[in-house]
Each structure stands twice: as structure tokens, then as C-alpha cells.
Design a protein around this ligand. Structure first.
Ligand SMILES: Nc1ncnc2c1ncn2[C@@H]1O[C@H](COP(=O)(O)OP(=O)(O)OP(=O)(O)O)[C@@H](O)[C@H]1O
Ligand SMILES: [Mg+2]
Length: 286
């Protein structure tokens, strides 16, 4: 129960952050919406006024009348100025509202990811089984197939068929591969705006370890970001694309299996190679 309490507390904290940000955003949206209605009402009032004068046959003289105290300004000029100002205000409200929608979209995505991650934790009787690493890898590629094709990304795979088994949870490994392949895809898109690229996946084993390398021809990781990419919440991506949790969660899963995940090399010109190693299922502890 203590563990459950700790997890619930942590999750409540993680979920409360984006949710309270969303609440503030919704309150702000409501306020601007009310202001927009006021703005439109004012425009309507000016138009109604013109309509009344028009119906009475004196719209022209009304618009030509000079504003009291300002000889050079007519009612017409003043009304036009007001209308333009109100319309500008209205456009600003719409723009602000759109920003607010994007913000909400981003934070809803965050909550979905956190809760989704939680399901994985909850399901965790954690079916650690003897696993052929090619299976979750194959499934991940199957899931990403359509996006890879759309973005004209060429995939090459080097995988011996008779790889030794590891001990791991299928779903966790699937998540790890999906996260890494998605990162590679996004890095490629960021580099050349949909002109395609390559992802290479290579699996190999020695007596003690299984090694999986995922390389891409994407935009690379800068030196200053290198130390931060595994941090929770670190992202260089736009609001719609990244929450910065992918690598953090992936490394946790891999480390729980006794392995590790690292950037083997990365440069702006040549792209990135991520390397995952996992211990093989020999030895007494397994
Ligand atoms: N293959 C890669 N090429 C270039 N940069 C990468 C690569 N993989 C990760 N990164 C960098 O590391 C950052 C963190 O990656 P991570 O997967 O943790 O989060 P994210 O992809 O930004 O968001 P999320 O995975 O939660 O949707 C990315 O924003 C990106 O800057
Ligand atoms: Mg990612």
C-alpha cells in the first residue's frame, strides 16, 4: 500500500500540473470569448444606427455631421475608425484563442501520456518473459509502417534470426522501439521537411549482451542538448509533437531489465545512432 500511495501521489502531482495549467487557460478563453461578444455587440450597434438613419433617408447627412468639439472629424470618419478598431480587437481575440487551443492540445496530450504510462505500470504484474527481441521490434515497425511510407523513409534491417532470448516485458520493449523510431522519424522530417531519409536497425549479440542499434539520417542532437535528452520533460519539439517523456520512460524500462541505452554517436550532418544493450538470460539472477 505504501508503494501504491507513493505512485498515486506522484501521478496526482504530475497530472495536476498540466490540469491546472489547462484550467487557467480555459478561464482565460472564457474571458476573451465574453470580450469578443462585447466587441461584436458594439459593431452591431453602429450598424443598427446606420440602418435607422438609412431607413429615415438621412444616412448621408448623419455621416457628414461633424463630431462635437472636433470640427475636422465627421461622424462617418469616427464610425469607420471605431469599426476598424473593433474588428482589429476581434481578430486579436481569435488569434489569442487559437494560441490557447494549441496550449490545451499540448497539455491534454501530456495528461494522456502520463495516464497511459500509468496503465503500463498498473498492468505490471509485468509479464517478464523469455523474449525474442525481434518480436516487439517487428510489431513496432508494423505500427509505424504507414508513417514511414508517408515520409518516404527507407528502412534497412540487419537481424540474425537465431538471436538469443532476453528477459523482458513485451509491451515495454514495444514502447521503447516505438519511441526511438518515432524520434528518428521526427529528426529526419525536421532535417529535410519530408524529403525522406533512412533508418537502419541492427541487432547483434555476444555471450553476455544483446545490442540493438537504431540509426537515422536526421538532424542530430546538439552538444548542449546531449546531456538533457533523457531528462523527463526535455523536448526540442513543437507543442503538437513532443512532451519530452519518450526517452526518459524508455531508459527506465531498459534499465529495469538490467541494460542501458545511450547515444552512440550524433552529428548534424550524419544523424544519430542510439544503442540499447540488454543482458542475456544466463547467470543465476535470471
Ligand atoms: N534520433 C534523434 N535525433 C535527433 N534528436 C533526438 C533524437 N532522439 C531524441 N532527440 C532529442 O531528444 C529530445 C528528447 O526526446 P524524447 O523522446 O524524450 O522526447 P520528445 O521526442 O521530444 O517527446 P515525446 O517522445 O515525449 O513525444 C527530443 O526533443 C530531441 O531533441
Ligand atoms: Mg520522443
Amino acid at each position: 500500500m505504501a508503494v501504491v500511495g507513493e505512485i498515486v501521489g506522484k501521478v496526482a502531482h504530475e497530472v495536476l500540473n498540466p490540469v491546472s495549467a489547462m484550467l487557467t487557460s480555459v478561464e482565460h478563453k472564457l474571458e476573451t470569448s465574453h470580450q469578443s461578444i462585447d466587441t461584436v455587440e458594439l459593431i452591431k450597434e453602429i450598424l443598427l444606427d446606420w440602418e435607422t438613419h438609412f431607413n429615415n433617408g438621412n444616412l448621408e447627412s448623419y455621416l457628414q455631421k461633424t463630431v462635437e468639439g472636433q470640427k475636422e472629424k465627421t461622424f462617418g470618419q469616427e464610425d469607420f475608425e471605431s469599426m476598424y478598431a473593433l474588428i482589429r480587437q476581434f481578430t486579436e481575440h481569435i488569434k489569442e484563442n487559437n494560441k490557447e487551443w494549441e496550449f490545451l492540445h499540448h497539455h491534454i496530450l501530456r495528461v494522456v501520456k502520463i495516464v497511459d504510462g500509468l496503465r503500463v505500470v498498473a498492468r505490471r504484474k509485468k509479464t517478464v518473459e523469455e523474449l525474442d527481441i525481434n518480436q516487439p521490434l517487428k510489431e513496432a515497425l508494423e505500427l509505424m509502417k504507414e508513417s514511414l511510407r508517408k515520409q518516404q523513409i527507407e528502412l534497412s534491417q540487419k537481424q540474425p534470426v537465431d538471436l538469443p532470448k532476453i528477459k523482458a516485458d513485451f509491451n515495454e520493449m514495444l514502447q521503447v522501439f516505438c519511441n526511438l523510431i518515432r524520434n528518428s522519424m521526427q529528426a529526419i522530417t525536421e532535417k529535410n521537411e519530408h524529403k525522406g531519409g533512412k533508418i537502419a536497425i541492427e541487432t547483434m549479440a555476444n555471450k553476455a549482451k544483446l545490442l540493438i542499434k537504431i540509426s537515422d539520417t536526421g538532424n542530430g542532437i546538439s552538444k548542449e542538448n546531449m546531456a538533457k535528452i533523457f531528462d523527463a520533460n526535455f523536448t526540442t519539439k513543437g507543442r503538437h509533437e513532443g512532451t519530452g517523456l519518450g526517452l526518459n520512460i524508455s531508459r527506465r524500462f531498459i534499465r529495469e531489465c538490467g541494460g542501458d541505452i545511450k547515444v552512440e554517436k550524433s552529428s548534424k550532418e550524419q544523424g544519430t545512432t542510439m544503442a540499447i544493450w540488454l543482458p542475456l538470460k544466463q547467470g543465476k539472477h535470471l
